[in-house]
Design a protein around this ligand. Structure first.
Ligand SMILES: [Ca+2]
Ligand SMILES: [Ca+2]
Ligand SMILES: [Ca+2]
Ligand SMILES: [Ca+2]
Length: 381
């Protein structure tokens, strides 16, 4: 039993000795900060002094940085213990978009061996301006777009961090008034993206907003000339009216076709000029049949859905003396009793005329009397 306790004691002592022999002093971490792009050779801090090392023995103890590659941004001066910038520091290259950029350095001194960890925080400098994905951005919006509607702009990126960059979610264009293709069909804006660095940096992006036409205008009919009175003996082909149609929309939305009401002796003929029509007589007229026409002209665009407008032209047919008077009874045969006193009305005849006004005003004459020495006279009643 006593021998067994002795073995345990020996083993415990051995373990403690081994552990103590492997212990290397490790200091609490020291942290420096340095801005990126600082001049090569700049002193970050006196690391030997801050670690409490004897500066005169640094060279003998081969005090050095052991972490990282040979390409390290930092080195230590063994003569004075200063940690200095060995090559240009680019925070964006080292840490990309990380908000905090920390470089950990492992430093050793030999005889006796000491290990120290030093952290260097790289402070961002506003050395990049925001950059748009494209120099020119084309945006197409319908002219019916309501005020307040938002459109995302191309993203501007800035590799810096914090206030030196731009927020990736910002950059919207908001409609703040009425969009009317017929007033303005294209807007050209220069959008300015600025970071909040000191000093701020900015860049521009040309934004071209193309307004897409919609069929929001009905065609308009303008009567440039009109003969309100057309003689009934006018020849077919006689121009009665000139009409122009317009539509403020573009493309098919502004292309217009014109039509005329059916069953009328008129027709619309397109002119050699765009959107001009002549209203011409198609057949001969007869005032005695139809003395007045209300012609309805319809102008319709090719939009989807199409829009139409209407106009009514009133045309009177003027009379021409193209009808002979006609007696109500012809011939008339009558019997007359003898011994009539002069002036006595013995008979009345009636004739009518389908024409109008003077063309229908009748006078009566006796044109032939076979009995000699006229005994009859005819007067208007
Ligand atoms: Ca930067
Ligand atoms: Ca920036
Ligand atoms: Ca339109
Ligand atoms: Ca239209």
């Amino acid at each position: 039993m006593g021998q067994r306790r002795g073995i345990h004691y020996w083993w415990a002592t051995f373990c403690v000795c081994v552990t103590l022999c492997c212990v290397v002093p490790v200091s609490a971490q020291i942290k420096y900060s340095v801005p990126e792009q600082v001049k090569v050779g700049s002193i970050v801090g006196n690391v030997a002094k801050d670690l409490g090392l004897d500066i005169s023995s640094l060279e003998d103890r081969r005090f050095r940085i052991v972490s990282g590659t040979e390409d390290s941004q930092f080195d230590v001066n063994q003569n004075n213990g200063a940690l200095y910038v060995r090559k240009n520091i680019d925070r964006e290259e080292l840490c990309e978009s990380a908000s905090s950029c920390l470089i950990n350095l492992k430093m050793v001194a030999e005889d006796p061996m000491e290990i120290h960890y030093v952290a260097v925080e790289i402070i961002d400098v506003n050395d990049h301006s925001p950059n748009f994905e494209e120099e020119e951005h084309v945006l197409e919006i319908a002219e019916s777009t309501l005020s307040g509607q938002r459109f995302q702009l191309p993203t501007a990126r800035d590799p810096d961090v914090g206030t030196n960059t731009v927020h990736k979610d910002t950059g919207e264009i908001r409609v703040k008034g009425e969009i009317d293709f017929e007033m303005v069909d294209v807007y050209k804006l220069d959008v300015h993206a600025t970071d909040r660095g000191q000093p701020p940096m900015s860049t521009d992006c040309r934004v071209i907003i193309k307004v897409i036409d919609e069929n929001d205008n009905t065609p308009e009919i303008e009567v440039t000339s009109l003969s309100k009175m057309v003689s009934e003996d006018s020849k077919p082909g006689t121009v009665v009216s000139l009409i122009s149609v317009t539509d403020r929309d573009a493309g098919l939305n502004g292309k217009v076709t014109c039509s005329l009401s059916d069953n009328v002796p008129f027709e619309l003929k397109p002119s050699f000029q765009d959107n001009m029509y002549s209203l011409v007589l198609k057949h001969r007229l007869d005032r005695e049949s139809v003395s007045h026409y209300d012609l309805e002209i319809t102008a319709t665009d090719f939009g989807q859905p199409p829009l139409s407008t209407f106009k009514t032209l009133s045309i009177d047919v003027s009379d021409v003396n193209d009808n002979n008077p006609e007696f109500l009874y012809n011939p008339v045969e009558l019997y007359l009793v003898e011994n009539n006193v002069p002036g006595r009305i013995i008979f009345s005849v009636t004739a009518s005329d389908k024409d109008l006004d003077e063309n229908a005003a009748l006078t009566y004459h006796i044109v032939r009397e076979e009995v000699a020495n006229t005994r009859f006279n005819i007067d208007l009643l």
